[in-house]
Design a protein around this ligand. Structure first.
Ligand code: GLY
Length: 374
């Protein structure tokens, strides 16, 4: 990618800081599966707390990215350990959900791409089959979450767009379009019911699971019905971009650009992203994860379309994070500091592991040294 020398230099420095930091963190945490870090900068561990938690692949994904970059075996061994631990998830029916792409593309997908491990390929295909099995043909959507007594059997969420690459992978690997057909049909449903006229996206859509009829949309992790939860915008932005990259269908590129234009129009002058674009200016809830995920999508959109505004927006957010929201000290585990799981949760502005993953992916993408895992 054509970047001026000053920008490239700053990005190289950032990547160097990340590399040194993550080496130190992987030595301290080689047997952990982190989600967040405490106030002393120590990762937590979800191995026993919930081995089926949806974010359990991201630390491994980050380690694999850096392993592919510099081949430090310590990083690979830590990532392989997490992948093996997730076999307990793969064998727990009620622990499998719409987020299998997040978990297995970041672990087994990276392992298979980099080492050609047959065990990893097997895990990927099992996870893809489970994800495909969640497709509801009456409404053409992949259902979200699991049985809660029938109440959410017709729920779908925008996040799921990011899991479709697992289905594209299975179709390519097995020379069989079935998985891709499901991904395309889900993405078309999402285009119709999640992406609004102004380019913003809703988080949850409820369908009648028997007839497939649209019932309503819900506010989910954002402020409320009709609002623009920023991570949801990022899942849609990057998710539709990925569906375009895997299928070359112009409709998905159009959806991705529509969301991107909405997102860019709402980036604050600071370049730091709130939890919901609807939130009051006096509210200080931030979500660095949204900025990092959107940056990845915008960089890919720039590569596809050549439109400078996508690259400019990504650089603005990445440098804003690097300058004021990154903890580069190798003595602390967390990288991004101001993430939020949901607007209505009590806790805000804390480290979340997938923010670290997507921030690193975005920096490596800009420098052309990323391993593409989607
Ligand atoms: N996939 C759930 C979230 O973005 O919080």
């Amino acid at each position: 990618m054509e970047l001026n020398e000053n920008v490239r230099g700053r990005l190289r420095q950032i990547l160097e800081l990340i590399y040194e930091k993550e080496i130190a963190a992987s030595v301290r945490n080689h047997d952990r599966i982190p989600y967040t870090a405490d106030e002393n900068g120590h990762f937590d561990d979800w191995t026993e707390r919930d081995v089926c938690w949806w974010t359990n692949g991201f630390w491994a994904g980050l380690l694999w990215q850096l392993y592919a970059y510099r081949q430090n075996d310590f990083l690979r061994l830590a990532a392989e350990g997490i992948e093996r631990k997730l076999d307990r998830n793969l064998m727990t029916a009620h622990g499998m959900d719409h987020d299998s792409g997040f978990r297995w593309l970041m672990t087994s997908g990276a392992d298979y791409r980099i080492t050609k491990s047959e065990k990893s390929r097997n895990r990927l295909l099992l996870a893809a089959s489970d994800l495909a099995g969640r497709f509801n043909p009456a409404g053409n959507f992949i259902r979200a979450w699991n049985d809660d007594g029938g109440k959410n059997a017709g729920w779908a969420i925008i996040d799921c767009m990011m899991n479709l690459p697992l289905l594209y992978f299975a179709s390519e690997e097995l020379h069989d379009p079935r998985f891709r057909h499901i991904a395309v049909r889900h993405a078309q449903t999402a285009m119709k019911y999640f992406v609004r006229e102004d380019g913003s996206c809703c988080h949850i859509v409820v369908f009648d699971p028997e007839t497939g009829e649209f019932i309503e949309s819900l506010g989910g992790q954002g402020i409320g019905v009709g609002s623009a939860w920023t991570r949801g915008q990022s899942w849609g932005l990057y998710g539709f971009t990925l569906s375009y990259m895997h299928t070359s269908r112009a409709e998905f590129l159009a959806a991705a650009e529509k969301i991107a234009n909405y997102y860019i129009a709402h980036i604050p002058s600071s370049g730091l992203i709130p939890v919901d674009f609807w939130q009051d200016a006096s509210c200080d809830f931030e979500d660095d994860t949204s900025a990092a995920i959107a940056s990845c999508g915008l960089i890919e959109l720039y590569k596809i379309t050549g439109k400078e505004e996508y690259l400019d927006a990504a650089l603005k957010m990445i440098f804003a994070l690097a300058e004021s929201r990154c903890e580069f000290s190798p003595d602390r585990d967390e990288l991004l500091t101001h993430c939020s799981a949901a607007y209505h949760e009590r806790r805000h502005n804390f480290p979340i592991i997938y923010g670290d993953y997507y921030f690193t992916e975005a920096v490596m993408k800009l420098l052309g040294c990323e391993t593409f895992l989607w």
